[in-house]
Design a protein around this ligand. Structure first.
Ligand SMILES: *[C@@H]1O[C@H](CO)[C@@H](O)[C@H](O)[C@H]1NC(C)=O
Ligand SMILES: *[C@@H]1O[C@H](CO)[C@@H](O)[C@H](O)[C@H]1NC(C)=O
Length: 288
């Protein structure tokens, strides 16, 4: 037996982070020119390999990282790095170059390096991911009104919010899950999920938990709230009949961007900004 109960979800996003997003393609930094090599490389047509390591690396937003472009070529004639990330120091050895990348704010950046050996150029790629595990995941004490509980879960200081999934579980079972994938290129965000639950007697004593999961290309970061238990209330025959949950979900999205975030946007990111605001306006919708 199914019947309609109101469930509502409110996600409140507040970007507190001033420099999120990427400036794709506009700051492609070129690598060094050919390196001086006065000694002719030994004559061999054997293929050489080029490696950029680590191939996949994660940093906190705004952090920095070193990538090492190395090769089997004994005497490279040239090498360089192509990236939209800000460059820092460079250290080099005989057949490797190590590059520092600064202020990583795009959630994912592809970095390429090349090495030229005996007139042939080979490339290697790596990916730099920026993420911030939520500072906290807090499930507030449930508020009981009539036969409905209002559950509110707050996920603070998380990045990138577009890869976040917030899930409510009761006794291990998923009672609600929301992916925030439509929110792209925001900075650090606070997310509040509000869910109205009509609880059946069978589940009453099972603890409810809130889970935040960042699902980043091959890297999964999980955080959970402490469990809360729904308190008992008098069951009428009617509410027993309604013990099967999850019928209708009313979801609303409200997006608030921090003032500092707006001010510090680069001019070339104005288009991105417009899209974010558009998402905010169109965010209110119904899920079934
Ligand atoms: C996000 O939440 C944290 C902790 O509750 C708070 O200190 C911070 O001001 C919030 N940021 C925004 C932009 O609302
Ligand atoms: C870069 O990689 C090469 C080859 O693996 C290694 O010999 C060199 O020490 C590395 N450099 C740095 C700075 O890690």
């Amino acid at each position: 037996m199914r019947s309609l109960l109101p469930l509502s979800l409110l996600l409140l996003l507040a970007a507190a982070y001033s420099g999120g997003g990427s400036a794709r393609g506009l700051r492609a930094a070129r690598g060094q020119g050919p390196r001086d090599s006065s000694v002719s490389p030994s004559v061999t047509s054997a293929p050489f390999w080029v490696r950029l390591s680590p191939e996949l690396v994660a940093v906190p937003p705004g952090g920095s990282v070193w990538l090492n472009c190395s090769s089997s070529c004994p005497l490279p004639e040239g090498s360089g790095l192509v990236t939209q990330l800000q460059r820092g120091k460079t250290v080099s050895g005989l057949s490797w170059m190590s590059y520092q990348l600064l202020d990583v704010r795009a959630w994912s950046s592809d970095v390429r390096c090349f090495i030229t050996c005996e007139g042939k150029t080979r490339w290697a790629t790596a990916r730099v991911t920026a993420y911030k595990q939520p500072h906290s995941v807090i499930l507030e004490p449930p508020v009981l009104v009539g036969s409905e509980y209002t559950l509110r879960c707050r996920v603070t200081h998380v990045f990138p919010v577009g890869f976040l999934v917030v899930t409510l579980r009761r006794g291990g079972r998923v009672i609600y899950s929301e992916s925030l994938e439509r929110f792209t290129r925001l900075g650090l965000a606070n997310v509040t999920l509000t869910y109205v639950l009509s609880s059946g007697p069978c589940d009453l004593w099972q603890p409810v938990t809130c889970h935040a999961r960042l699902n980043l290309d091959g890297l999964v970061v999980r955080s959970s709230s402490a469990p809360v238990t729904l308190t008992a209330f008098a069951w009428s025959t009617k509410s027993k009949a309604l013990s099967f949950t999850s019928i209708a979900v009313l979801a609303g999205i409200l997006l608030a961007l921090g003032a500092a975030y707006l001010r510090k946007r680069r001019v070339m990111q104005a288009r991105v900004q417009g899209r974010v605001e558009g998402e905010g306006r169109n965010g209110s919708h119904r899920l079934s």
